[in-house]
Design a protein around this ligand. Structure first.
Ligand code: FES
Length: 243
């Protein structure tokens, strides 16, 4: 019978080349508590594992830095409830620095040289809802999971910028958002599409139908990011294809 006062959670930790699985007994703070994964990590740190490494910021689904895998699927640790027997591990799609900390810069660096394209000094211009939907992204990187393109990156080997060569739904979201940003000059749009092509957008063209990319905060990445980019970059006509 399950102990009603505790939960057994497996913590899969990676330190250097070693992988260690620790059975942690979470002590419930009140009857029927269903703690978040972050509660478990915080209690582990307070009690038996004071050197365990993990990241968190807002604790409210706003900053995206707390993403870990729960039973091998990416989840925001501050919002993912855990149950008896669950396994927590670092996200599998990025290299691990220590325990639950992963190296995130290879993704951010893909946008080097593109962050200042839009003219950020005219805030009176209204953007439409497609743009605003994309601003909900919190950069949690849950979308890397299952991405056929990101899989092609050798996670330890980067190009000269230390950026991954192949893109991912997040980097394409940034490009699409830039493309439809009313503050982006028309003269820069071709450059944005070329960048999307250089990051391997064409792969999605072949796999679009079966693409199963999931966003940590519910953005429809397939239809709101990948599809419009494919339409502009390759003139794909999805309406026709679906007939
Ligand atoms: S701590 Fe900010 S999203 Fe989880």
């Amino acid at each position: 019978m399950l102990n009603e006062k505790t939960l057994n959670i497996k913590l899969k930790l990676k330190r250097k080349e070693d992988i260690k699985i620790i059975d942690f007994e979470y002590i419930k703070r009140f009857e029927n508590e269903r703690p978040m994964a972050l509660d478990v990590l915080l209690q582990a740190q307070e009690t038996s594992l004071d050197d365990i490494a993990f990241r968190y910021g807002c604790r409210a689904r706003n900053c995206g830095v707390c993403t870990i895998d729960v039973n091998d699927k990416p989840r925001l640790a501050c919002r993912a409830r855990v149950k008896e027997g669950d396994t927590l591990s670092p996200i599998a799609t990025l290299p691990v620095v220590k325990d639950f900390i992963v190296k995130r810069d290879g993704i951010a660096r893909q946008m080097q040289g593109y962050n200042n394209i839009s003219l950020k000094n005219d805030l009176n211009i209204e953007a439409d809802s497609a743009y605003h939907n994309l601003t909900a992204c919190i950069e949690c990187y849950a979308c890397l999971d299952g991405c056929p393109l990101h899989k092609k990156n050798n996670l330890e080997v980067k190009d000269n910028n230390n950026a991954y060569s192949f893109g991912n739904p997040f980097s394409f979201l940034k490009l699409q958002r830039l493309y439809i940003d009313p503050l982006t000059p028309e003269s820069e749009k071709l450059k944005i599409i070329e960048k999307a092509k250089n990051l391997g957008l064409e792969t999605y063209r072949r796999e679009y139908k079966d693409l199963k990319i999931k966003c940590g905060v519910g953005i429809n990445l397939k239809d709101e990011v990948i599809k419009p980019l494919l339409v502009v970059a390759f003139g794909d006509d999805f309406e026709k294809k679906n007939k």
